[in-house]
Design a protein around this ligand. Structure first.
Ligand SMILES: Cc1cc2nc3c(=O)[nH]c(=O)nc-3n(C[C@H](O)[C@H](O)[C@H](O)COP(=O)(O)OP(=O)(O)OC[C@H]3O[C@@H](n4cnc5c(N)ncnc54)[C@H](O)[C@@H]3O)c2cc1C
Length: 485
């Protein structure tokens, strides 16, 4: 029987597999992937925004209530991202990852607003954030000349009568999660992990005190079976149907709502070269939080790129390479009520998605021009991004709620766990997988062997980086030196 079966070859399985290899060097690990390569769904660089979500620039992580900006979520995400950076840095130190510039690059993270009201919010957000060591060093300005130095492309041709404001954090990063995933799997293979492509998991059933995972080759229909002591469902958008198939009680009432994404990709080399930042704006009314518009410098396949978006869309597919039947087939007696209730509660989102779906190239360019007033239609091309499946959860009061984060669902005996949802996702994979280990293997988690090993790899493990400025300084200095970012 295999010790660990990981379903899906994205960043989540790559990260869990890497943790397990470090903690249990002799354990057997099998990875089952339906496609012909790793990281071909959401983890691929073109399918996500590559923002190392450190919460420096994403305005949706700092909601304002009655004039008070709440930074708690931003603090949590920034702390989790430091854990990811520490783990990657340790992997570089130990030769697990050989070329950090292939997956992480420094790039300033900026927030941008136009108009009096939003500038006021940005100012209050800046005042609240700069008190935390996590966001120390954040700069704020309303001076067009300063903004022109931070984001020249966005300031060119802008109406000078509209007040602008921005913050900038030099510590930001762009992450190529696809390159990172593939590098982690390449190393796992050299360490004995068995990575099997063209293996679509069709059924997961309990057997022999563990799990029997049945697969089918999507091309030939050939069937196979793997028996496992522990199963992780890291199938991205495909995780929900597999969780439901496993039949675990903890997963029965979950539903999912797919939101697709699209980018405008710049094809003009001069324009690409004039932007050097990730600049996040405010989301439109009714827009889901992950549809905050942003203009991103990216580093993909050794080249600098410029992406704007995401424009949301709707498809009943749960994966970019999935089936239109994914959504209808996920409806069961136990999750139907939560799904319907969440649908009724989110009519503004439905309206927003319908508007997004019927947009023309001109409509999309109009949104882009709020960011880049001089943008020319012919320089920008539409590209389909990854597919996200938002979590719908049963709720005693409302029947069902739609959530925009990620959620680990695990069986009470700790033999199976699934990861649902998408944001902030990849950036926080290291912490998410630590939480899987803690929930599923409580005894080993509490052991000195595991705790010492985790602390060797992530020296800030267990420390409160929001409260401990010295621990944060040491953690960042080490990660930056090893990662070059
Ligand atoms: C538009 C967009 C922008 C994003 N921006 C960011 C960002 O800036 N920063 C960030 O941190 N996160 C971002 N995310 C989220 C991030 O991409 C995800 O959190 C992350 O990639 C999820 O990784 P995963 O391994 O769970 O899933 P995936 O990378 O989707 O991998 C799942 C794998 O499982 C396989 N699979 C599915 N079903 C089966 C089956 N039945 N049998 C076998 N294999 C199966 C799939 O083929 C796939 O290879 C973004 C996502 C989107 C869509």
């Amino acid at each position: 029987m295999t010790d660990y079966v990981l379903i899906g070859a994205g960043i989540m399985s790559a990260t869990l597999g890497s943790w397990l290899r470090q903690l249990e060097p002799d354990a057997s690990i099998v990875v089952l992937e339906r496609l012909d390569r790793a990281a071909a769904e959401s983890s691929d660089a073109w399918n996500n925004a590559g923002t190392g979500h450190s919460a420096y620039c994403e305005l949706n992580y700092t909601p304002e209530r009655d004039g008070v900006v709440d930074i708690a979520k931003a603090v949590g995400i920034a702390s989790s991202f430091e854990v990811s950076r520490q783990l990657w840095a340790s992997f570089v130190e130990r030769g697990v990852l050989t070329d950090p510039s292939a997956f992480v690059r420094p790039i300033p993270h900026c927030s941008f607003t136009a108009g009096e009201a939003d500038a006021g919010f940005l100012r209050r957000r800046y005042e609240a954030m700069r008190r935390s060591p996590l966001f120390a060093g954040m700069d704020w300005s309303t001076d067009p000349a300063v903004l022109s130095s931070w984001m020249p492309l966005m300031m060119d041709g802008r109406d000078p009568s509209v007040p602008v404001a921005a913050t900038s954090m030099a510590l930001g990063t762009d992450v190529n999660f696809g390159a990172l995933t593939r590098a982690l799997f390449a190393h796992l293979r050299t360490e004995g992990a068995d990575l099997r492509f063209f293996q679509e998991v069709a059924a997961i059933e309990r057997c022999d005190g563990g799990w029997c995972v049945r697969t089918e080759d999507p091309d030939t229909g050939e069937e196979a079976e793997v028996r496992a002591r522990f199963v992780f469902i890291g199938a991205g958008g495909g995780a929900l149907p597999l969780l439901l198939k496993s039949g675990i009680r903890e997963g029965r009432s979950y539903g999912g709502f797919p939101v697709s994404g699209q980018w405008l990709v710049c094809r003009d080399a001069d324009t690409i070269a004039r932007h050097h930042a990730k600049v996040y704006g405010k989301a439109a009314v009714g827009a889901p939080p992950m549809s905050v518009p942003h203009l991103d410098t990216r580093f993909i396949d050794g080249k600098q790129a410029l992406l704007f978006g995401p424009y949301a869309g709707f498809s009943t597919r749960f994966l970019k390479h999935g089936s239109l039947l994914d959504l209808p087939l996920s409806v069961r007696a136990r999750n139907m009520l939560p799904m319907l209730a969440a649908g009724f509660d989110n009519l503004a989102l439905t309206r927003y998605l319908v508007e997004q779906v019927v947009q023309s190239h001109e409509d999309r360019m109009a949104t882009l021009k709020a960011f880049v007033p001089t943008a020319r239609d012919e320089d920008w091309e539409l590209l389909v991004a990854g597919q996200r499946v938002q979590v719908i959860k049963k709720d005693d009061e409302q029947g069902g709620v739609l959530e925009f984060g990620t959620e680990v669902v695990a069986s009470s005996d700790g033999t199976l766990a699934a990861l649902l949802g998408a944001s902030p996702g990849a950036s926080t994979a290291a912490s998410i997988q630590l939480s899987v280990l803690e929930r599923c293997f409580p005894e080993r988690w509490a052991s000195a062997r595991w705790q010492d090993r985790i602390r060797e790899l992530v020296p800030c493990h267990g420390q409160d980086l929001h409260a401990d400025a010295e621990a944060l300084r040491a953690a960042r200095a080490r990660s930056s030196a090893l990662l070059g970012a």
